[in-house]
Unconditional design. Structure first.
Length: 449
C-alpha cells in the first residue's frame, strides 16, 4: 500500500531543535492534534486541513521538482523531528515548497520509505531514535537524480498513518506529520510492497543507465571506471571528525579522474555528484563501457579506533577472513539502505560461478592491487596486517573487468580521518593511484607485480 499527498511549507526559524524525546506540551503540533480530537463533531480528517493541489510525480531527471522556485532550484527540507510515544512514533518534516510525498513499506528487512521529488537537505545531524521504539534508524538523501528519499528502518511492524498537514502557526510553516503505529506481522506483510509506478520507474532508470553506457571503445587508449562508493541517501561511514564517507570518496574520485585524464586515459565515473546508484548498475556500467580497470573508492571503520591505514580489496573465490567478510556484509547492504526493491533480485555475490575468464580477471585485479600498494606506501599509512585482502564484494563481481575496492583509511581513527580531510593528502593519494595505473598497464597482462 502507498499514500500520496502534496505538501507545502514556508521558510521557518531554524531554531526548531531536533530531538528524539517526546514533544513538549506546548508543541503546536500537539495543540493542533488535541484541537482535532476535541472538535464538536469528532476528529477532523486530514483532508480537512489545507493541502496544496496534488501534482503527478515527474519522471526521474525530468527537471525541477514541483514547487521549486522559478530559478529551478529544488525545494528545501528545513528541519525534521522525531518523537517517541507509548502508542506511536511520530516524524515531522518541514520543507520550503510544495512536493509530492508518498509513503510505502517494504519487508526483508522491514522499512518505511518516504519518497519525493529531489529536494535539498538543510538538516543538521538527524535525531537519533532511542532504539526501544518502532524505529531502529533512518537516513535521507538523493536516491536518483530527480528523486529524494527517506528510509526508516524498523524494529517491529508498523502501520503508517496518512500524512497530516499542519497549517502555519507560531512562526512555523506547513509541517507534515507521519505517525507509525505498531501492528501485526501479517497485516504489515500484506500491505508492504512497491507501488507499481515506482517499480516501473526504477526499471526504466536501469534501462536508461544501460543505454547511456553504450559507447565506442577508443582505439589505443585504456578505459578506467572510477566508482565513488555510496552517495545520496547512502552516506556510508561517518568519521570521528564529522567527515562523511560519501563526500570523501566523491572528492577523491573527481581528483583521481582529473589526474588520469591528464595522463591520457579515457575515464568514466559511476557518479559525479551526491546521488545513489545501485550496486548492480555500477557493475553493469563498467561492463558496458568495456573498462580495462574499475577502481571503487571507500573509507573503512572499525570498533577499535587504533586501527588505521589504507587497504585494497579484490574479489575472493569463497575464502575470506572474518574482518573481510564483515566489510563485505556492510558494503553489500548499500541497496537495502537506499530502499531498493530486492524482492525479485538474486544476490550478486552468492553463488558466483568463477570460470577461467573470471579467474584471469581476479589475477589481473590482484596484480593491480599489489602495484597500487607499492605506490601508495610512500604517501599514506598502509594497514599493518594484510593490506591486500579478498572479500565477496558485490561491486567487484564483473567477470570481465579487473576491479579493486580501495579503502582509503579508517574514518574511525582520528589520524586517518584528519589526513583524509586535507587537500594535500587527497592530491598525493590520487597521483599515487594514477602512477599505479600507469605501471599496471605498462607491465602487461602476464607480468607479476
Amino acid at each position: 500500500m502507498f499514500r500520496i499527498i502534496a505538501v507545502a511549507v514556508v521558510l521557518a526559524a531554524l531554531g526548531w531543535g531536533l530531538t528524539a524525546a517526546a514533544q513538549p506540551a506546548d508543541d503546536p503540533i500537539a495543540r493542533v492534534l488535541r484541537q482535532d480530537q476535541t472538535a464538536p463533531n469528532g476528529p477532523l480528517p486530514a483532508t480537512s486541513l489545507p493541502l496544496a493541489p496534488a501534482k503527478p510525480l515527474p519522471p526521474a531527471g525530468a527537471g525541477p521538482s514541483p514547487g521549486g522556485n522559478a530559478g529551478g532550484s529544488p525545494p528545501v527540507v528545513l528541519s525534521a523531528r522525531i518523537g517517541e510515544h507509548d502508542d506511536r512514533t511520530r516524524f515531522v518534516i518541514e520543507l520550503s515548497d510544495p512536493v509530492n510525498l508518498r509513503t510505502f513499506t517494504l519487508t526483508n528487512p522491514d522499512r518505511v520509505v518516504v519518497d519525493m521529488p529531489e529536494v535539498s537537505w538543510r538538516l543538521s545531524a538527524p535525531p537519533r531514535p532511542s532504539g526501544f521504539g518502532s524505529v531502529k534508524s533512518y537516513r535521507y538523501g538523493v536516491f536518483r537524480k530527480g528523486n529524494s528519499r527517506m528510509v526508516i528502518d524498523l524494529n517491529r511492524p508498523v502501520t503508517v498513518s496518512d500524512p497530516l498537514v499542519i497549517p502555519p502557526s507560531s512562526g512555523f510553516g506547513y509541517r507534515v506529520v507521519i505517525d507509525l503505529f505498531p501492528t501485526q506481522r501479517t497485516k504489515f506483510n500484506t500491505e508492504a510492497g512497491w507501488p507499481a509506478d515506482l517499480k516501473a520507474r526504477e526499471t526504466d532508470a536501469e534501462r536508461l543507465t544501460a543505454l547511456m553506457a553504450e559507447a565506442p571503445r577508443p582505439a589505443g587508449r585504456k578505459v578506467v571506471v572510477i566508482d565513488p562508493g555510496h552517495g545520496g541517501i547512502d552516506s556510508g561511514t561517518n568519521g570521528v571528525n564529522g567527515l562523511v564517507e560519501k563526500d570523501l570518496v566523491l572528492a577523491e574520485g573527481l581528483k583521481l579522474a582529473r589526474v588520469l585524464k591528464e595522463q591520457g586515459y579515457v575515464v568514466h565515473m559511476t557518479r559525479d555528484s551526491d546521488v545513489f546508484l545501485p550496486l548492480p548498475e555500477r557493475v553493469s556500467l563498467a561492463r558496458k563501457l568495456k573498462a580495462d580497470l574499475m577502481i571503487s573508492l571507500h573509507a573503512d571503520s572499525n570498533p577499535d579506533s587504533d586501527v588505521n591505514g589504507l587497504s585494497i580489496y579484490t574479489l575472493n573465490d569463497g575464502r575470506s577472513d572474518r574482518e573481510a567478510a564483515a566489510l563485505a556484509r556492510r558494503e553489500n547492504q548499500s541497496d537495502i539502505i537506499a530502499g531498493v526493491d530486492l524482492s525479485n533480485a538474486n544476490s550478486p555475490v552468492a553463488p558466483i560461478l568463477i570460470d577461467l575468464a573470471q579467474r584471469d580477471t581476479i589475477n589481473r585485479s590482484s596484480r593491480f592491487a599489489e602495484t597500487a600498494l607499492g605506490q601508495l606506501h610512500s604517501v599514506t599509512d598502509i594497514l599493518a596486517r594484510s593490506p591486500h585482502r579478498a572479500a565477496s564484494l558485490a561491486v567487484l563481481v564483473a567477470p570481465d573487468v579487473p576491479a579493486v575496492l580501495i579503502e582509503l583509511g579508517y574514518l574511525s581513527n582520528h589520524a586517518d580521518a584528519a589526513q583524509m580531510n586535507t587537500e594535500a593528502w587527497r592530491a598525493k593519494v590520487a597521483q599515487a593511484i594514477a602512477n599505479a595505473v600507469d605501471r599496471h598497464f605498462a607491465a602487461g597482462p602476464g607480468t607479476p607485480p
